[in-house]
Design a protein around this ligand. Structure first.
Ligand code: FE
Length: 242
């Protein structure tokens, strides 16, 4: 079996949100699809370890925010690589609640769909939730939706560990290629390092101003307790790319 065939399947990228009482949570999800037109039904697959999964099981509601192409890894970070068990992702985001009371993320969304769960199927690592659409809205009619391929190739993001499409071996070996000698130039430039968990690239020319790291700071000179601004892992999860 050649699992590379799996990577030829196309997906979008969404924020799926739900609630547990007055607590909200959501996460980046690529397995969202319409399964019926009459009545209108959507399905999402969500990892059993995700907090949002337990929220959907309790509230029997979920919303899908369809993201625009113009997003950064810094935006994806909390939604894709951090758990609602550790942070409240809704404190700094623009959202509203829908007809079911379910939170709906509006930041970077071009449209949203709100569903009430009618069926759940245990598929192994994930649960497939099937929901009847109770409401939907277009927010930005002229912007294209973000595809998973665009996220990988242009935004340079990787799959969160709980995504159905996550393959640890492929993601990690692919990033550990030797630097290309063709890339070397006459000017000696400080090396760039890439986070193998989320794909964030540390550029010494930019530093990490959000954490008080001045432009011009090499990766080697970063404090040992410095962490990836997107997913929060330590320096040991970075590999030199050039
Ligand atoms: Fe990271």
């Amino acid at each position: 079996m050649d699992i590379n065939a799996f990577f030829k399947v196309t997906y979008g990228l969404y924020i799926v949100s739900s609630m547990d009482g007055d607590q909200y949570n959501g996460h980046i999800n690529n397995t969202v699809f319409q399964i019926s037109a009459e009545p209108a039904k959507f399905a999402v697959a969500s990892h059993k370890d995700n907090l949002t999964t337990s929220f959907i099981q309790k509230s029997k509601t979920f919303s899908v925010s369809i993201l625009q192409e113009d997003i950064s890894m810094e935006f994806v970070g909390p939604w894709g690589f951090k758990s609602g068990k550790d942070i409240d992702k809704f404190t700094e985001c623009d959202y509203k609640t829908g007809k079911t009371g379910c939170p709906i993320v509006l930041d970077k969304a071009i449209a949203w769909i709100e569903c009430r769960v009618s069926e759940s199927i245990d598929t192994g690592s994930h649960i497939l939730f099937i929901g009847d659409v109770v409401d939907a809205e277009i927010l930005q009619a002229d912007l294209p939706p973000l595809s998973y391929a665009y996220y990988r190739s242009v935004v340079k993001g990787l799959s969160p560990e709980n995504a159905p499409t996550y393959v640890a071996k492929v993601d990690k070996t692919e990033e550990k290629k030797e630097p290309d000698p063709e890339d070397s130039s006459d000017t000696v430039k400080a090396s760039q390092y890439k986070c193998i968990v989320c794909g964030y690239m540390y550029d010494p020319e930019e530093g990490d101003p959000g954490k008080g790291i001045a432009p011009g700071t090499t990766f080697e000179d970063l404090p040992e307790d410095w962490t990836c601004p997107v997913c929060g892992v330590g320096k040991n999860e970075f590999v030199k790319v050039r």
